[in-house]
Write a protein that binds this ligand. Structure first.
Ligand code: F6R
Length: 369
């Protein structure tokens, strides 16, 4: 049932090209226009939305953080991402013009459900992006967008994460289309890029041995750091979470720009640091800022594992290891850059002889508050 893999997690990592393809499937008409028939909320209401609040927990909340960059960029709607269990206690400002988007693989996470109920009581409309058909969150929401990633068995979420990002991006593009924020050809070009992602994810999987070897080599690490900027920041957080939960290694993700505000004090000789590098073809100085951050930590003795786009040679002088991802627009990069981090955690956990699929103290769905 593990399809020849050592764990369900490894199997699910390899199902990601199909998971993302299935999330995108059936959401276009013959002309290639985005059609989200499931989004059963009146267009007039969707046009009047003046704020989006994404509520979720754990990995799903990191998918929300990724989606925020895209939604704000495409739709120009202020978007907040809030841990569901913090949301309610903050006395949040929610009204009829707020669209709440819940993200949940299981659809049964109690904290997320309570956040949704709290928002509904205040008049917000709720869309739930969910992987489990008929579960509580989509049933209680005004609309459900299913990710169609297939059942996720391993406790550590992998394919659900990528599918959540893909589904949230479809939602963002749909709102941009409806509200006239983007030209039709702009939307079509993003959709085309999205549809090319499964093949690019597969290309990373085809090169997984390099990352597995690294996981095995680093199995005795007692601390691993992850750095990223922009969408690379939540990717760094997700890489750290995977390592904590299945390999029981202290791991932290940071926004690379925070380094000099504190975390760089942690860096000493031999400290492994993953750095998620954006495309050098992307906008402004994002790429060069991240390259400077690699230099800064390398100068202090860090062992740098750099996740960089194919053809980006600027990182070479400062990298102990380079993991390549195929060229893609910055906003879509999380769908690629996350994959090596999952493979790394999975291989390292296996090398330590741990139960990859059933880490201690954790349950697949958290149905208590
Ligand atoms: C981490 C992980 C958890 C879940 C979180 C939310 O690998 O799986 O952090 O993402 O418990 O679960 P769902 O998505 O079912 O609401």
């Amino acid at each position: 049932e593990k399809g020849g893999f050592d764990s369900f997690m490894e199997k699910e990592i390899h199902e990601q090209p199909a998971a993302v393809r299935d999330t995108l499937m059936g959401r276009f008409d013959e002309k290639g226009n985005l059609t989200l028939d499931e989004l059963k909320i009146d267009d007039s209401i969707l046009r009047s939305i003046d704020k989006i609040i994404v509520v979720a927990c754990g990995t799903a909340a990191y998918a929300g953080q990724v989606a925020r960059y895209a939604i704000e960029h495409w739709c120009r709607i202020p978007t907040e991402v809030e841990l569901a269990h913090e949301f309610r206690y903050r006395d949040p400002i929610v009204n009829e013009k707020t669209l709440v988007v819940s993200l949940s693989q299981s659809g049964e996470t109690m904290d997320t459900l309570m956040a949704v109920r709290h928002a509904q009581e205040q008049g917000a409309k709720v869309v739930s992006i969910c992987n489990t058909t008929g579960s509580t969150l989509p049933r209680e929401s005004d609309a459900a967008l299913y990710t169609h990633a297939g059942p996720e068995i391993a406790v550590a979420s992998t394919k659900a994460f990528l599918s959540q990002i893909a589904a949230a991006y479809l939602l963002g593009l749909y709102l941009a289309q409806l509200r006239g924020n983007m030209y039709k050809d702009e939307i079509q070009s993003v959709l085309k890029e999205l549809q090319a992602m499964p093949e690019k994810i597969q290309a990373i999987l085809d090169n997984e041995q390099q990352i597995k070897d690294l996981g095995i080599e680093m199995k005795d690490s007692d601390s691993v750091l992850f750095l990223g900027r922009h969408v690379g920041f939540p990717v760094a957080l997700e890489g750290a979470l995977k390592l904590k939960e299945i390999a029981y290694i202290h791991a932290e993700g940071f926004a690379a720009g925070e380094l000099k505000h504190g975390p760089i004090a942690l860096v000493e000789e031999g400290q492994p640091i993953f750095v998620v590098v954006p495309s050098p073809r992307g906008r402004d100085s994002l790429h060069s800022k991240v390259v400077s951050n690699i230099q800064e930590v390398r100068a202090r003795g860090a062992v740098t594992i750099v996740i960089a786009e194919e053809g980006d040679s600027t990182v070479e002088p400062y990298s102990n290891h380079i993991i390549r991802y195929p060229q893609c627009p910055t906003l879509l990069q999380p769908l690629l850059a996350t994959v090596p981090l999952q493979i790394f955690a999975c291989a390292l956990s296996g090398a330590k002889g741990l139960d990859v699929d059933q880490p201690r103290n954790l349950a697949k769905s958290v149905t208590v508050e």
